[in-house]
Design a protein around this ligand. Structure first.
Ligand code: MN
Length: 200
Protein backbone atom coordinates (compact mmCIF):
# COMPACT_ATOMS: atom_id res chain seq x y z
CA UNK A 1 0.00 0.00 0.00
CA UNK A 2 1.13 3.52 -0.62
CA UNK A 3 -0.18 7.05 -0.52
CA UNK A 4 -1.33 8.59 -3.80
CA UNK A 5 -0.77 11.87 -5.60
CA UNK A 6 1.88 13.10 -3.19
CA UNK A 7 3.68 16.41 -3.66
CA UNK A 8 7.37 16.33 -4.62
CA UNK A 9 8.03 18.65 -1.66
CA UNK A 10 8.68 16.52 1.47
CA UNK A 11 7.29 19.32 3.70
CA UNK A 12 4.50 20.73 1.59
CA UNK A 13 2.43 22.79 4.04
CA UNK A 14 0.08 23.80 1.20
CA UNK A 15 -0.79 20.32 -0.05
CA UNK A 16 0.02 18.16 3.00
CA UNK A 17 2.71 15.59 3.68
CA UNK A 18 3.48 12.56 5.81
CA UNK A 19 6.39 12.02 8.13
CA UNK A 20 7.62 9.13 10.31
CA UNK A 21 8.58 9.24 13.98
CA UNK A 22 9.92 6.06 15.54
CA UNK A 23 8.04 5.58 18.84
CA UNK A 24 11.03 3.72 20.35
CA UNK A 25 13.64 6.36 19.56
CA UNK A 26 11.65 9.49 18.66
CA UNK A 27 13.84 9.83 15.57
CA UNK A 28 12.61 10.43 12.02
CA UNK A 29 14.10 9.27 8.73
CA UNK A 30 12.87 12.51 7.18
CA UNK A 31 13.94 15.19 9.63
CA UNK A 32 17.15 15.57 11.64
CA UNK A 33 17.21 16.68 15.28
CA UNK A 34 18.80 19.63 17.02
CA UNK A 35 21.00 18.49 19.89
CA UNK A 36 21.48 20.08 23.30
CA UNK A 37 24.66 19.16 25.16
CA UNK A 38 25.07 19.48 28.93
CA UNK A 39 27.78 22.13 28.40
CA UNK A 40 25.17 24.31 26.62
CA UNK A 41 23.03 24.43 29.78
CA UNK A 42 25.45 26.23 32.10
CA UNK A 43 23.68 28.05 34.92
CA UNK A 44 20.39 26.23 34.43
CA UNK A 45 20.89 23.51 37.07
CA UNK A 46 20.85 24.73 40.64
CA UNK A 47 24.09 23.01 41.66
CA UNK A 48 26.68 24.92 39.60
CA UNK A 49 29.65 23.24 41.28
CA UNK A 50 28.32 19.77 40.44
CA UNK A 51 27.49 20.94 36.90
CA UNK A 52 31.10 22.07 36.29
CA UNK A 53 32.42 18.73 37.61
CA UNK A 54 30.06 16.74 35.41
CA UNK A 55 30.93 18.67 32.25
CA UNK A 56 34.66 18.41 33.03
CA UNK A 57 34.25 14.63 33.39
CA UNK A 58 32.85 14.44 29.85
CA UNK A 59 30.15 16.37 28.03
CA UNK A 60 26.84 14.54 27.48
CA UNK A 61 23.91 14.75 25.13
CA UNK A 62 20.91 15.82 27.26
CA UNK A 63 18.16 16.05 24.63
CA UNK A 64 17.25 16.19 20.97
CA UNK A 65 14.28 17.80 19.27
CA UNK A 66 12.86 18.36 15.79
CA UNK A 67 12.45 21.82 14.29
CA UNK A 68 9.70 21.52 11.72
CA UNK A 69 10.29 23.75 8.65
CA UNK A 70 6.79 25.19 9.01
CA UNK A 71 5.77 28.60 7.68
CA UNK A 72 5.30 31.02 10.57
CA UNK A 73 1.59 31.25 10.05
CA UNK A 74 -1.16 31.14 12.69
CA UNK A 75 -3.05 28.61 10.56
CA UNK A 76 -0.18 26.11 10.39
CA UNK A 77 1.05 23.64 13.00
CA UNK A 78 4.62 22.70 13.89
CA UNK A 79 5.37 19.34 15.49
CA UNK A 80 8.06 16.82 16.25
CA UNK A 81 9.53 14.71 19.01
CA UNK A 82 11.48 15.64 22.09
CA UNK A 83 14.01 12.97 23.11
CA UNK A 84 15.26 13.55 26.66
CA UNK A 85 17.96 11.22 27.97
CA UNK A 86 18.11 9.96 31.57
CA UNK A 87 20.59 11.61 33.91
CA UNK A 88 21.01 14.02 36.78
CA UNK A 89 23.22 16.88 37.92
CA UNK A 90 23.50 16.09 41.62
CA UNK A 91 19.91 15.31 42.61
CA UNK A 92 18.33 17.37 39.80
CA UNK A 93 16.96 15.34 36.92
CA UNK A 94 17.88 16.16 33.32
CA UNK A 95 15.39 18.56 31.73
CA UNK A 96 14.83 20.54 28.57
CA UNK A 97 15.65 24.24 28.89
CA UNK A 98 11.99 25.16 28.71
CA UNK A 99 10.48 28.23 27.13
CA UNK A 100 7.58 30.58 26.85
CA UNK A 101 6.10 31.08 23.41
CA UNK A 102 6.83 34.46 21.83
CA UNK A 103 3.15 34.58 20.99
CA UNK A 104 2.42 33.91 24.63
CA UNK A 105 -1.29 33.17 24.16
CA UNK A 106 -0.60 29.88 22.37
CA UNK A 107 -0.85 26.42 23.87
CA UNK A 108 0.82 23.12 23.06
CA UNK A 109 0.08 19.40 23.44
CA UNK A 110 2.67 16.77 24.37
CA UNK A 111 1.87 13.10 23.82
CA UNK A 112 4.13 10.79 25.81
CA UNK A 113 5.35 7.86 23.69
CA UNK A 114 7.92 6.35 26.05
CA UNK A 115 9.51 6.74 29.45
CA UNK A 116 8.52 8.48 32.66
CA UNK A 117 8.69 12.19 33.18
CA UNK A 118 7.00 15.42 34.17
CA UNK A 119 5.98 18.60 32.42
CA UNK A 120 6.71 21.61 34.62
CA UNK A 121 4.58 24.61 33.68
CA UNK A 122 4.90 28.13 35.10
CA UNK A 123 3.13 31.38 34.27
CA UNK A 124 4.83 34.80 34.36
CA UNK A 125 2.86 35.50 37.58
CA UNK A 126 4.22 32.36 39.25
CA UNK A 127 1.29 29.95 39.01
CA UNK A 128 2.67 26.51 38.33
CA UNK A 129 1.73 22.89 37.72
CA UNK A 130 3.80 19.75 37.28
CA UNK A 131 2.09 17.04 35.19
CA UNK A 132 3.27 13.45 35.30
CA UNK A 133 3.90 11.94 31.86
CA UNK A 134 3.62 8.23 31.12
CA UNK A 135 3.21 6.48 27.76
CA UNK A 136 -0.23 7.05 26.26
CA UNK A 137 -0.90 10.26 28.19
CA UNK A 138 -1.27 13.70 26.66
CA UNK A 139 -0.41 16.88 28.56
CA UNK A 140 -2.23 20.03 27.51
CA UNK A 141 0.10 22.94 28.22
CA UNK A 142 -2.13 26.00 28.51
CA UNK A 143 -1.36 29.29 26.84
CA UNK A 144 0.88 31.71 28.80
CA UNK A 145 2.75 28.93 30.63
CA UNK A 146 6.45 28.22 30.18
CA UNK A 147 7.00 24.48 29.82
CA UNK A 148 9.90 22.15 30.50
CA UNK A 149 10.12 18.34 30.22
CA UNK A 150 11.89 16.44 33.00
CA UNK A 151 13.04 12.81 32.79
CA UNK A 152 12.77 11.04 36.16
CA UNK A 153 13.61 7.53 34.92
CA UNK A 154 17.07 6.25 35.94
CA UNK A 155 17.63 4.46 32.63
CA UNK A 156 14.92 5.15 30.06
CA UNK A 157 14.68 7.95 27.50
CA UNK A 158 11.60 10.20 27.74
CA UNK A 159 10.04 10.55 24.30
CA UNK A 160 7.18 12.97 23.69
CA UNK A 161 5.49 14.12 20.50
CA UNK A 162 4.41 17.76 20.48
CA UNK A 163 2.23 20.03 18.35
CA UNK A 164 1.94 23.81 18.58
CA UNK A 165 0.89 26.78 16.45
CA UNK A 166 3.58 27.29 13.84
CA UNK A 167 4.00 31.01 14.44
CA UNK A 168 4.21 30.69 18.26
CA UNK A 169 8.00 31.07 18.43
CA UNK A 170 10.22 30.24 21.39
CA UNK A 171 11.25 32.62 24.13
CA UNK A 172 14.14 31.02 26.06
CA UNK A 173 15.53 34.27 27.39
CA UNK A 174 13.15 34.73 30.31
CA UNK A 175 13.84 31.19 31.55
CA UNK A 176 17.60 31.43 31.06
CA UNK A 177 17.93 34.69 33.00
CA UNK A 178 15.33 34.16 35.75
CA UNK A 179 15.05 30.38 35.89
CA UNK A 180 12.02 28.48 37.09
CA UNK A 181 10.57 29.17 40.53
CA UNK A 182 10.20 25.43 41.13
CA UNK A 183 12.53 22.52 40.45
CA UNK A 184 12.01 18.76 40.44
CA UNK A 185 14.70 16.81 42.29
CA UNK A 186 15.31 13.25 43.43
CA UNK A 187 14.82 12.90 47.21
CA UNK A 188 15.40 9.26 48.24
CA UNK A 189 14.20 8.05 44.85
CA UNK A 190 11.04 10.19 44.91
CA UNK A 191 10.55 13.10 42.47
CA UNK A 192 10.06 16.10 44.76
CA UNK A 193 9.24 19.76 44.05
CA UNK A 194 11.50 22.32 45.71
CA UNK A 195 11.85 26.09 45.51
CA UNK A 196 14.67 27.06 43.17
CA UNK A 197 17.38 28.55 45.43
CA UNK A 198 18.75 30.47 42.44
CA UNK A 199 15.47 32.02 41.26
CA UNK A 200 15.77 35.74 40.59
MN1 MN B 1 6.46 25.15 23.34
Amino acid sequence: MASFNISENPFDFERGFIIDFNPDTGLSMKLDTGKRMLSQMKGMFYNDEQFDKDVAAGDKLVYEFHSMPAPEDAGDLAFGCSILYPGKVGDEYFFTKGHFHEVIDTCEVYYCLKGHGYMLCESPEGDWDCFEMLPGQVVYVPKRYAHRSINVSPNETLITYYVFRADAGHNYGAIETKGYRKLLVDRDGVPTIIDNPKWK
